[in-house]
Design a protein. Structure first.
Length: 110
């Protein structure tokens, strides 16, 4: 559809469909549903994390376990093929997380 005013197809929703891109002629392409109806209202969320991940995030994201940097940290999984569990999550500052993921720095928790 090339209609830039495309309304969400969910009954009762009056939002515009989610932006998808532009055509070669400059028209706007929209998805049939808005973002809220696609992910939030249906219960399907992108990147759904486990309850253990949320608890870990609340308790351990102020200090890096690799370099002791104090500040907001990412959650790193030393064994990415394993699910999110208390034993497979480490708080890492953005710099350490990037270096470990790229293989420049050795993960000492393996």
């Amino acid at each position: 559809m090339l209609d830039s005013k495309r309304i969400c197809v969910t009954p009762g929703c009056s939002n515009l469909g989610q932006y998808k891109g532009k055509t070669k002629k400059g028209g706007v392409v929209r998805r049939p549903k808005c973002y809220g109806c696609r992910f939030l209202r249906t219960g399907k969320k992108k990147g759904r994390k486990s309850q253990q991940w949320r608890v870990f995030r609340e308790q351990h994201t102020d200090k890096c376990e690799y370099c002791d940097w104090v500040g907001p940290c990412d959650i790193h999984r030393p064994q990415p093929q394993e699910p999110y569990s208390k034993d497979n999550m480490r708080a890492a500052c953005p710099n350490c997380h990037r270096l470990i993921t790229k293989g420049v720095m050795v993960d000492r928790f393996l």
